[in-house]
Design a protein around this ligand. Structure first.
Ligand code: SAM
Length: 502
């Protein structure tokens, strides 16, 4: 929640749906925080801005930039209606943070109706028209175990008299010591697991107590599939075709959605590179083929060509400034960019040149799954070779690769800068072109914050992972939201171009 609040810009209008005593009001001091609650439970306390059910909030469509809804959904008898309403009150492009329990005792009775699996949450959000940015465990399994022990301590009989009331008669002598000892142990173990949860980090096995969903209302607000007039298991008959989709089965609609998705991907890939006709020198083609043959890059040839043409174009247009790559791994894309540039133009290549840094809470499950695979030691490198993060001296390997492909960094004005972007990336000069390939949320955000303000007009940033990793996409969306002076172009990769007049 604190991170969601941090990502909420000054002055944004935030709704706390089911605010109770508004415990998060202070996190949103910089924004226009408003609280809504139906005030039927003992946890609800004024001041409330809206005394209402969250399935019917008295504001116009698109009123809020952000919505938070924490531990409320289990108390709503019609959760789908609530989510649809929260979608309605959000602006297109707006975001919601919602947490809901999977494993928690009945509480605030009788207003306690549901528990939620991740699949139920996903379905409800997607049916309402949201795009899920991430879905996480709110706490790890140590937290769930601590809670179990807490329940055990609270609910097991506390004395021999209490046990006697259960009619155990002669068995009492055996059972009482076990139960009473168990209860005492439960108190201690609950504290121990709570501490482990805090100090030992999240342990994702078994089940969480709560899930967190961060989702966005798409900027262009197409009606969700579920709001189309679909008839489950219906067959198409002429009598039913009053609307365009009336009578279509869900399977047919899903097939149609899959077809449109594939078509969108093809269209994006076919959107021609404005520099597609710019011929690359044959040496650049040679370097490109060689680094691919040597398995030095994850990028496809067409994407390497885009990078090379952009670098060449900066020279041809006399666009001043640095060439930058953040995230080099084995150096392949950086070598191609360096081969395409005028040797006099400075270029900086940033990387830890080692194991990729850990992703953060801001990254989604896709990223965390990928990272878990990497740290498990079972990642395969390109072409089945040793994964770059497991190599002993990647910095030297990359320097040698530059030289081997005819680009001695010292003679070509290329600097390889080793370390975390957070520590090393300090730009105080114009930038002509940057290739951002750091995969995760924080790596992308830090690079945008430090590079984009220095981009010259006509200069361009290519964001390698926007269509691939959730964290990168979120960082880019957040950074460019309401930020004038840039045009985003959805090509095979996402491009951000600095435009004139900003
Ligand atoms: C996908 S790889 C780069 C691929 C490369 N451009 C190519 O041609 O194959 C991502 C790289 O970003 C680096 N990286 C990610 N986050 C970083 C950070 N915060 N600081 C430094 N390096 C980072 C990783 O260590 C990794 O080498």
């Amino acid at each position: 929640m604190a991170r969601f609040a941090k990502g909420t810009k000054r002055g944004m209008r935030v709704l706390d749906a089911g605010a109770g005593r508004s415990p998060y009001r202070k996190l949103f001091k910089h924004a226009q925080y408003e609280a809504a609650d139906f005030a039927q439970l003992d946890s609800a306390n004024p001041p409330l801005d809206y005394l209402c059910d969250i399935t019917d909030i008295p504001v116009p469509d698109g009123h809020f930039d952000r919505v938070i809804c924490n531990q409320v959904l289990e108390h709503v008898p019609e959760p789908e209606k609530a989510i649809a309403e929260l979608h309605r009150v959000l602006k297109p492009g707006g975001r919601i943070f919602l947490s809901a329990p999977l494993f928690f005792a009945e509480h605030q009775k009788p207003y306690d109706f549901f528990r939620y699996t991740q699949f139920a949450l996903r379905k409800m959000f997607e049916d309402a028209g949201f795009e899920i940015a991430r879905m996480n465990w709110l706490e790890g399994y140590f937290g769930t175990v601590a809670y179990n022990y807490q329940m055990m301590a609270k609910n097991l009989p506390a004395s021999v008299d209490e046990l006697r009331g259960r009619g155990l008669r002669w068995k009492l002598a055996y059972i009482a010591p076990i139960v009473l000892l168990n209860r005492k142990l439960a108190v201690r173990l609950s504290r121990l697991y709570s501490r482990l949860e805090i100090s030992g980090g999240r342990f994702e096995r078994g089940m969480p107590k709560n899930y967190v969903v961060v989702a966005r209302k798409p900027a262009t607000d197409a009606p969700p599939a579920s709001k189309q007039p679909v008839e489950e298991n219906a067959t198409k008959t002429t009598a039913q075709t009053s609307g365009q989709t009336t009578g279509q089965t869900r399977a047919e609609l899903e097939a149609e959605v899959a077809r449109l998705r594939a078509e969108t991907i093809r269209t994006r890939q076919s959107v021609c590179d404005p520099l597609a006709d710019l011929p690359l020198p044959s040496e650049v083609h040679t370097v490109l083929d060689d680094v691919r043959a040597e398995h030095l890059t994850y990028l496809k040839p067409e994407n390497l060509q885009v990078l090379a043409r952009q670098v060449l174009d900066a020279d041809l247009q006399d666009r001043p400034g640095l060439i930058i790559e953040t995230g080099a791994a084995l150096g392949g894309s950086a070598i191609v960019m360096a081969a395409a540039k005028d040797p006099k133009r400075p270029m900086k290549v940033y990387d830890v040149f080692g194991m990729i840094p850990e992703p953060s809470e801001r990254d989604g499950e896709d990223v965390h799954n990928r990272y878990r695979k990497i740290v498990s030691g079972t990642s395969k490198g390109i072409g089945g070779e040793t994964y770059y993060g497991y190599r002993d001296n990647l910095y030297d390997e990359v320097s040698d690769s530059f030289v081997r492909h005819g680009i001695d960094p010292a003679q070509h004005n290329v600097e390889l800068v080793q370390g975390l972007f957070q520590d090393t990336l300090k730009i105080d000069e114009p930038v002509a072109f940057a290739h951002l390939d750091g995969d995760w949320y924080e790596s992308t955000m830090i690079c945008l914050e430090r590079i984009a303000p220095h981009l010259v007009v006509g200069g361009r940033i290519v964001l390698d992972d926007y269509f691939h990793y959730s964290g990168c996409r979120d960082a880019v969306d957040e950074y460019f939201e309401d930020r004038p002076g840039f045009r985003l172009e959805r090509r095979t990769k996402l491009h951000a171009v600095r435009v004139a007049g900003s």
